[in-house]
Design a protein around this ligand. Structure first.
Ligand SMILES: [Zn+2]
Ligand SMILES: [Zn+2]
Length: 312
């Protein structure tokens, strides 16, 4: 159980070994550098991992390491201290994460059985469609991100603006605090809808398997980063990527602030379609939704179906 005390010990040692001014400087630098270092570090290690013998295992190690580092940093330098309190949703958060991932994986296997996933081929195969397979992989991944984001952006925006889908997406927005553990809290219907749109675009264009794999890795890392409760600054990073700074506005109860920043990884389509929102003030602490979401995981799974036909 000592492992749970580790963050506190690290924090105490760091604080005791510094003067107040050094602490302030250290925090200032850390707040600017953390996002680029963590994202850049995860991507660099993934490049190495994907070139090795066991890419899936390596990806899982990097993903869990990033989640652990973020959990420790949330205790050392939280953005919002009140969000450290237990909201009683940890089990529900993790259960939604596992169920959504399980259903999506199951659909991929099913897609293989009925022949859809065979449309995704490796870079070495000729493939079909208009995808520029001769481009360097890094350029193909950037293009893949931009194209898939178009699907992710519209899936997310429709989930906010069309009530039947909002019921499912509301499960994600019903949390009253943001932290690493609610990154994957999505009703599985919500997950299937957004992934189908994003992957559908890549399949239609004929993108190779490597691009789809990279999209999944980038989405996993950025998802953890956007939900973390760590004091960070972003500057120009928020002009390109979806950052915690932008996503905290997206979780606002005030829909003039919340129905903004729909991008999952990139914020490009928000810039183009006019939903980019990044004012120079602190995002709200009191986040959540107007509706009352049940506290238990199984009730949350059933809740969206019950109110489907009601008007908002
Ligand atoms: Zn949303
Ligand atoms: Zn969120």
């Amino acid at each position: 159980m000592w492992i749970f005390l580790l963050p506190e010990i690290v924090k105490k040692v760091l604080i005791l070994s510094m003067t107040t001014q050094t602490q302030k400087n250290w925090r200032w630098w850390a707040s600017w550098l953390l996002w680029p270092i963590l994202f850049g570090g995860a991507i660099s290690l993934t490049v190495l991992g994907f070139a090795g013998d066991n890419p899936v295992l390596t990806f899982n190690i990097i993903y869990l390491s990033l989640a652990t580092i973020l959990l420790v940093l949330e205790l050392v330098m939280p953005h919002e201290k009140t969000w450290l309190a237990n909201d009683g949703q940890t089990f529900a958060n993790l259960a939604h994460t596992l169920l959504s991932k399980g259903v999506v994986q199951g659909l991929i296997v099913f897609g293989g059985v009925i022949g859809i996933t065979s449309m995704v081929t490796t870079v070495a195969d000729p493939g079909y469609g208009i995808w520029p397979r001769e481009w360097p992989m890094a350029a193909q991944v950037v293009l893949g991100l931009i194209c898939a984001e178009f699907g992710l952006y519209w899936a997310h925006r429709i989930a906010h603006e069309w009530y039947p889908l909002w019921r499912f997406h509301a499960v994600h927005h019903s949390v009253t605090k943001l932290w690493v553990i609610n990154t994957g809290r999505f009703h599985f219907v919500d997950s299937v809808f957004s992934i189908a749109l994003a992957i559908g675009i890549l399949l239609t264009l004929g993108a190779p398997l490597e691009v789809v794999t990279w999209l999944s890795a980038v989405t996993a890392y950025i998802g953890l980063l956007t939900h973390c409760n760590i004091e960070m600054r972003f500057g120009p990073v928020s002009w390109v990527f979806n950052t915690p700074g932008l996503h905290r506005w997206h979780h606002s109860r005030d829909l003039r602030e919340g129905n903004k920043n729909y991008g999952e990884n990139l914020i490009l389509w928000d810039q183009i379609f006019g939903t980019y929102f990044n004012p120079d003030r602190r995002p709200p602490v009191d986040i959540g939704i107007a509706e009352k979401m049940p506290a238990r995981f199984v009730d949350q799974l059933a809740w969206p179906f019950k109110g489907l036909l009601k008007s908002r």
